[in-house]
Design a protein around this ligand. Structure first.
Ligand SMILES: Cc1ncc(COP(=O)(O)O)c(C=O)c1O
Length: 409
């Protein structure tokens, strides 16, 4: 299928506006993506026609809301090729999914002396929940190193990291600050041979690449709806059914129980055991529409286009004369570039770019340990999605040249 990517911009009302008098160039997609009209329409339709609470009503609207919510679960299972909708838990997003695993799986399975293996390129969401678990359990964190500015995992160190004390290996699929795409299926296979449980942080990949949890062979995989055209406030935790069934509840409340007595209760099976309280029903409906929209375009097509934009931007920025430090792999990168202009603070770059209508992000990108390892406080980041164009990248590069002139570098 040949797609004219620029025509898709018509699906995204928000893109058609001026910011500070200039046409908006939205390059902050790794933080959150924009929403197509079909997602906005699905949310509106749900609230105008079907809104009710799920699972406990016996009236028509409640039945419809329940059907829509469970249809979204089945759609999410299909989206990542899970074996069953029962392997899909709705969460608030990637962060909550990881916290759920750290609480429910971690508290049961980790003890003093055990180790949790992470990589040096993890987002704080895939570090801090494990630090809290380590403090509770006496387990230790160990890290697979990253190879400097080029931003690859140092796989020559994997064997020495995968010791018998390691009980869990949690890794990001795509780095949000380097654009590295990690070989998660290989990493999970290596861990599985040693009986190590695995978690893949797919926050940056689920809306960008085809994801097949059976092919990856992970025990857990997490992602956020808002980074893939869906609404904020909802995400997915995939858990292998055999593992989920061994886990105690995460939070207590309505919806997750079979029966409650004054002094004790019994729980439903997964996934409902892990979804206490009224869920984000409209969020699930919006996410369903987003998954349909993305699969209509085809995630292999999106992946290819993303990588073309990433490669184009990397090459274009490499040619800037005033001095630029680029982070992440030279080839095979995802659709984002992190950089520093010589002698210009990332925040200055982002502030001036905003005045030209270009939305970038500057800071540590929730990767403080990685930034320290690279010897920087922050970087500027341009992150793309399929509605971005090479014309926008050219205009962005011209803005960077202007910034270099302005700051005299
Ligand atoms: C790699 C990665 N993991 C986790 C997260 C956290 O996602 P959320 O804030 O949606 O929970 C992000 C968000 O930027 C991310 O890029």
């Amino acid at each position: 299928m040949t797609i004219d990517w620029s025509t898709l911009r018509a699906d995204f009302p928000i893109l058609h506006q001026n910011v500070h008098g200039q046409p908006l160039i939205y390059f902050d997609n790794a933080a959150t993506t924009q929403k197509p009209r079909v997602v906005l329409d699905a949310l509106r339709h749900y609230y105008e026609c079907d809104n009710a609470n799920v699972h406990r009503g016996i009236h028509e609207l409640s039945n419809r809301a329940t059907a829509a919510f469970e249809a979204a679960r089945a759609r999410a299972a299909k989206f990542i090729n899970a074996r069953s909708p029962d392997e899909i838990i709705f969460t608030r997003g990637t962060t909550e999914g990881i916290n759920l695993v750290a609480q429910a799986w971690g508290s049961k399975n980790l003890k003093a002396g055990d180790k949790i293996l992470l990589t040096e390129m993890e987002h704080h969401s895939n570090i801090v929940p494990w630090q809290l678990l380590a403090q509770r359990s006496g387990a230790k964190l160990v890290y697979l190193p990253v190879t400097g500015d080029i931003g690859l995992l140092d796989l020559s160190r994997l064997d020495e990291c995968l010791t018998k004390e390691v009980k869990l290996f949690a890794m990001t699929h795509i780095s949000n600050s380097l654009g590295t795409i990690n070989p998660v299926a290989d990493l999970c296979a290596r861990a599985r041979k040693l009986g190590i449980t695995t978690l893949v942080d797919a926050a940056q990949s689920a809306g960008h690449l085809p994801i097949d949890v059976q092919e990856i062979g992970c025990d857990f995989l997490v992602f956020s709806s808002h980074k893939m055209c869906g609404p904020t406030g909802i995400g997915v935790l995939y858990g292998r059914q055999e593992v989920l069934e061994t886990m105690p509840p995460y939070q207590g409340g309505g919806e997750m129980i079979l029966s409650v007595d004054f002094h004790q209760s019994t729980w439903k099976h997964a996934p409902h055991r892990f979804e206490a309280g009224t869920p984000d029903i409209s969020g699930a409906v919006g996410l369903h529409a987003a998954m349909d929209y993305l699969d209509n375009l085809g995630r292999p097509n999106i992946a290819q286009h993303d990588q073309e934009l990433g490669a184009y931007a990397y090459a274009r920025l490499s040619r800037l004369k005033g001095g630029i430090r680029l982070f992440g792999p030279h080839i095979g990168r995802a659709g984002l570039v992190s950089f520093l202009l010589k002698d210009i603070h990332a925040h200055d770059v982002v502030t001036v770019a905003d005045q030209r209508g270009v939305a970038l992000r500057g800071g540590h990108h929730c990767n403080q340990p990685l930034m320290r390892k690279l010897g920087v406080e922050s970087t500027a980041r341009a992150s793309f999605y399929f509605y971005n164009t090479t014309d926008e990248i050219d205009r962005f590069a011209a803005v960077l040249e202007e910034i270099q002139k302005f700051f005299g570098s």
